[in-house]
Write a protein that binds this ligand. Structure first.
Ligand SMILES: NC(=O)c1ccc[n+]([C@@H]2O[C@H](COP(=O)([O-])OP(=O)(O)OC[C@H]3O[C@@H](n4cnc5c(N)ncnc54)[C@H](O)[C@@H]3O)[C@@H](O)[C@H]2O)c1
Length: 331
């Protein structure tokens, strides 16, 4: 039976992938996470004692540990990353370069030494920059606009080079903007939801016209499973968007959050535009449909309702994170 190493399992997307693989497949799952400010074991609390899950507390930049773990697995999904665009602008790119690029390089060198059946690199739609045309397909130029996006582009192309140079079974996925339960409140959708639940105004960068292709996190997990299970010759060396093909602006999201929570439509405040902002993102879904037979299933309205309910029911989770962040800023 397959043994899958998912990195970053205490974070938002990977905890969803771990949960999904345990529920929907017979695979053993190992997850490696450094438990940075973005990761918490609470994200795995409901599956932590699952007999097919092992959690390893460690860093993807620790070559010895990574080599040891890779020896025992068949498939790797590398999703551990520094993932926050604004943090990469505000606090500098150093951790982003070492975790996102060097961490990926260490994993790639580990599979050179100990080949695996498949290596899935979780890249990002942010590598494309602002859409030159819509929808963006996988041939869209790579024009990262923030330090975060540049490090994702570096890892993405590094992984591709290991496919070309060493003929390793590497697949690169570029998910568009995920949202759903357990996402850190620094990110847009949970920030709006938690601001609304606190009865604060929703903060919108610029005029709110910037739009994104919003993907419900469980749909992303389903796509990653499809990448693990597709015939290897169909997907090795390929780049695949994971998208819905629909874009929604930041203002529209604010409208929807306020409406789901029955709050006044004008409970919002506009702040300065973020530097490195991407204007429009919308992904072509054609290649993932053709190669994986996968298509996102959750409408934004349904996904948002489910996400709002989760944040309503798990107030201690996000209040704990907000309290820690306040402490971090004041120290
Ligand atoms: N959130 C999105 O909308 C989105 C969209 C496209 C791609 N992605 C990519 O998906 C992946 C997961 O994103 P997310 O939003 O779940 O991120 P997240 O910040 O919620 O989680 C990242 C996890 O990685 C762990 N981590 C960080 N550095 C590490 C290191 N050096 N070694 C081991 N673990 C480490 C953290 O502790 C955390 O648990 C990332 O690669 C991100 O770039 C995210």
């Amino acid at each position: 039976m397959k043994r899958v190493l998912v990195t970053g399992g205490a974070g938002f997307i990977s905890s969803g992938v771990v949960r999904y693989l345990l529920a929907e497949t017979p695979y053993d799952v190992v997850t490696l996470d450094a438990l940075t400010y973005a990761g918490t074991l609470e994200n795995l609390a409901d599956v932590m004692s699952h007999p097919r899950l092992s959690f390893v507390h460690g860093d993807i930049r620790d070559a010895d540990l990574v080599h040891e773990l890779v020896e025992g697995v068949d498939v790797i999904v590398n999703a551990a990353a520094e993932s926050h665009v604004e943090k990469s602008i505000r606090d500098g790119a150093s951790e982003f370069v070492t975790t996102n690029v060097e961490g990926t390089q260490i994993l790639l060198d580990a599979i050179r030494a100990t080949p695996v059946e498949r290596f899935v690199l979780v890249s990002s739609s942010e590598v494309y920059g602002t859409a030159r045309y819509a929808p963006m397909d996988e041939e869209h130029p790579i024009e990262p606009r923030s330090p975060y996006a540049a490090t994702k582009a570096g890892a993405d192309r590094l992984a591709y080079s290991y496919f070309v140079t060493y003929d390793l079974p590497i697949v690169i996925v570029r998910p568009f903007n995920n949202y759903g339960p357990r996402q850190h409140p620094e990110k847009l959708v949970p920030r709006f939801i938690t601001q609304a639940l606190l009865d604060e105004s929703l903060t919108i960068h610029g005029d709110g016209h910037a739009s994104r292709d919003w993907l419900y996190v469980e749909d992303d997990a389903e796509a990653i499973r499809a990448v693990i299970e597709a015939p290897v010759d169909d997907v090795a060396g390929e780049v695949l968007n994971i998208a819905t093909g629909i874009d929604i602006s930041v203002s529209e999201i604010a409208d929807l959050v306020l409406s789901v929570l029955d709050m006044p439509a004008d409970q919002r405040v506009h702040v300065d535009e973020r530097p490195g902002q991407v204007d429009r993102h919308i992904g072509s879904t054609e290649k993932a449909e053709r190669l994986l037979g996968w298509r996102a299933r959750t409408s934004f309205e349904d996904g948002l309702e489910r996400t709002v309910s989760w944040y309503r029911d798990n107030e201690a989770w996000w209040r704990g994170i907000l309290a820690k962040d306040v402490r971090a800023f004041s120290s």
